[in-house]
Design a protein around this ligand. Structure first.
Ligand code: NAP
Length: 273
């Protein structure tokens, strides 16, 4: 049996084991996917341990996506451009880092939202790791412009500077002329507080496509606001499944059974809520 792992901290929320194990079972592959909580202080030893155990590969999530890079043997150009790795393949003892978040997002945008970023004005809320992956991917997919808004303007400025985008302060003005609005902040993740990343007085418009990276709850407050304004509202669950499907192919060399993974993800989410 080959083992694939997920490392992150904490991991209680993850639906990746359900998605990958359903896909292994469906294709009758002798693999298992396990979630391993790794404290940030133990990351170096954990990667050395996975290497010693001849693990087939592993996914990497918050907070290790950037800090894992020095412990790998090689990373792809895209992962280097994004500055983060979420998938690692063990190629005969060599640990190769990939980033499937960016491509998973673009695939979801095209397939789930029916939105082609070519020539479009894109506005990203949140200048963290996910915001960076999206900004780089949108640029590489011929977006007309990338604007970045963060509660810390300096963070937006720093990301905008490194990807050729612009940092914005006047959110309403930017939204009015945008084609795509993405929430890459964690705001909206807690159904109890039901928060939106947008300040209260901000108005959306019906020509906008609103993509929320937050996928639990499936319909966030931001997506409800988008629907109410007549805009297209798209859940980040699509990105989660598609980055997982791309990682599955990295681990196994086989096309992912996308619909099986989607069904397992939906079931796991329903069980958690
Ligand atoms: P992160 O590194 O914490 O970055 C989030 C950024 O957003 C931070 O700079 C944060 O500022 C900022 N922010 C907070 N509230 C904001 C607001 N109202 N408006 C604008 N910016 C705001 O997190 P991340 O790793 O990039 O992940 C962001 C979210 O994406 C998480 O919820 C994560 O679960 C989700 N995600 C989803 C997928 C998927 O497949 N669907 C993949 C990756 C990530 P402070 O640090 O000052 O709070």
């Amino acid at each position: 049996m080959k083992t694939v792992a997920l490392i992150g901290y904490p991991l209680g929320h993850s639906i990746s084991p359900a998605m990958h194990n359903a896909a292994f079972k469906h294709l009758k592959l002798d693999y298992e996917y396990v979630a391993l909580e790794v404290n940030p202080d133990d990351l170096k030893e954990a990667v050395a341990g996975l290497r010693a155990l001849h693990i087939a590969g592993f996914n990497v999530t918050i907070p290790h996506k950037e800090t894992v890079v020095p412990y790998l043997d090689e990373i792809t150009k895209l992962a280097r451009d994004i500055g983060a790795v979420n998938t690692v393949q063990n190629q005969e003892g060599q640990l190769i880092g990939y980033n499937t978040d960016g491509p998973g997002f673009i695939e979801s945008l095209l397939e789930d939202a029916g939105f082609d970023p070519t020539g479009k004005k894109c506005l990203i809320l949140g200048a963290g790791g996910a915001g960076r992956a999206l900004a780089v991917s949108l640029m590489q997919n011929n977006a007309k412009s990338i604007s970045i808004y963060d509660i810390l303007f300096e963070k937006a400025e720093s990301l905008a500077g490194s990807v050729g985008g612009k940092a914005v302060k006047d959110l309403q003005k930017e939204i009015d002329s945008a084609n795509l609005l993405i929430n890459a902040s964690p705001i909206g993740m807690n159904p109890k507080t039901d928060a939106s990343p947008l300040p209260e007085n901000i108005k959306l418009h019906k020509k906008l496509c609103v993509y929320d990276l937050v996928y639990n709850p499936y319909e966030t407050k931001l997506l409800k606001e988008a629907k109410a304004a007549g805009a297209k509202a798209v859940s980040g669950l699509g990105m989660l499944i598609r980055q997982g499907a791309l990682a599955f192919t990295v681990f196994t060399g086989k096309p992912a059974p996308y619909y099986i993974m989607r069904e397992a993800a939906l079931e796991a989410l329903a069980a958690k809520s």
